[in-house]
Design a protein around this ligand. Structure first.
Ligand SMILES: Nc1ncnc2c1ncn2[C@@H]1O[C@H](COP(=O)(O)OP(=O)(O)OP(=O)(O)O)[C@@H](O)[C@H]1O
Ligand SMILES: [Mg+2]
Length: 297
């Protein structure tokens, strides 16, 4: 029988650790497969399995900052790690991840792709870089190019946005590859201008969290992986309302808040999170992080 039913069985042994080891564990990276993330991963897998055709499907994971877009894309990439292919000429990497370049510059996109494969970047023209990218991506048998934070490349005039999106369209057609991009609403807006782009990129929305069954389940899961000896009942009415209000509905803020509160509790010899710990742990909600409120004016 589990003497600590609020904890997952894989977390129980951590209760024997000293305080600092538990605090270190609390801030370490953990993945929670909440329903919307699982759905997004399924969409990514559908894209991955799609046969090569002349017009490949693409996906955009859209959400506000700190709401789990990168985590989903990285999880998908981890499921499709490259094969070193020691006996062949090049690695086989059907999925690759890049960060979008910070401006809508075709050459910068190629530099990003080649450097993430540790390939030499031709110093000459954009067309030389493009030719090398096409050649290398064919060699590694790329199927899906994940571009994180694509909205960053599109913070420009609408002409430049279109040129950059046309570059993606060109690469997609030339290589018969799909794109899985992430971005904020700005990405949705930029891609809706051109109907050819719009109907090739399916949006998948990661909305702000609401007070639903899924949110309470998320709180239970966070509690079950946080090594505190007493139950905090994070999913209960009062606690869940307070957690939702403070974190303002993003999973990143929620995770930061729970981790800060749990570490504060351990440091103060308390083995659970309650409303008092939430108020005293030093967490500042995102909308209070203006300069004036931080310096107390
Ligand atoms: N599936 C998950 N399980 C556990 N924690 C998660 C999960 N997804 C996100 N988080 C938490 O939220 C934080 C922010 O997630 P992520 O970096 O994916 O957000 P984002 O939407 O890409 O934000 P930005 O737009 O600012 O890049 C993560 O560092 C992690 O703490
Ligand atoms: Mg991100």
């Amino acid at each position: 029988m589990n003497p600590y039913p609020h904890l997952h069985k894989d977390c129980l042994h951590k209760l024997d650790w000293d305080d600092q080891a538990r605090i270190d564990d609390i801030s370490s990276h953990k993945w929670i497969g909440y329903p919307r993330a699982i759905e997004a991963l399924k969409k990514c897998d559908d894209i991955f399995r799609h046969p090569r055709v002349s017009r490949m499907p693409n996906l955009m994971v859209i959400g506000r900052t700190n709401n789990g877009k990168t985590e989903i894309i990285k999880k998908f990439c981890q499921r499709h790690l490259p094969d070193p292919n020691y006996l062949g000429e090049a690695i086989i990497s059907p999925v690759m991840y890049i960060q979008a370049p910070p401006s809508p510059n075709e050459a910068d996109l190629y530099v990003e792709i080649l450097s993430s494969l540790y390939e030499r970047v031709p110093s000459s023209s954009t067309s030389a870089k493009r030719a090398k990218v096409i050649n290398v991506l064919k060699k590694i048998d790329l199927k899906v190019l994940c571009i994180d934070e694509l909205h960053n490349s599109l913070a420009a005039s609408s002409i430049k946005q279109q040129q950059f999106l046309n570059t993606l369209k060109y690469l997609g057609n030339e290589l018969s590859i799909s794109f899985i991009a992430s971005g904020t609403e700005d990405l949705l807006r930029a891609t809706s201008v051109d109907s050819q782009i719009q109907n090739r990129f399916e949006p998948f929305l990661l909305p702000k969290w609401q007070m639903t069954k899924d949110f309470r389940q998320l709180l239970r899961t966070f509690e079950s992986i946080t090594p505190l000896k007493e139950p905090s009942q994070l999913h209960s009415g009062l606690m869940s309302k307070k957690l939702m209000a403070l974190s303002e509905g993003t999973i990143g803020e929620l995770s930061t808040l729970i981790n800060k509160a749990a570490s504060f509790a351990i440091r103060n010899g308390q083995e659970k999170i309650d409303t008092d710990v939430l108020s005293k742990c030093g967490y500042i909600p995102p909308s209070d992080r203006t300069r004036d409120s931080v310096i107390g004016l």
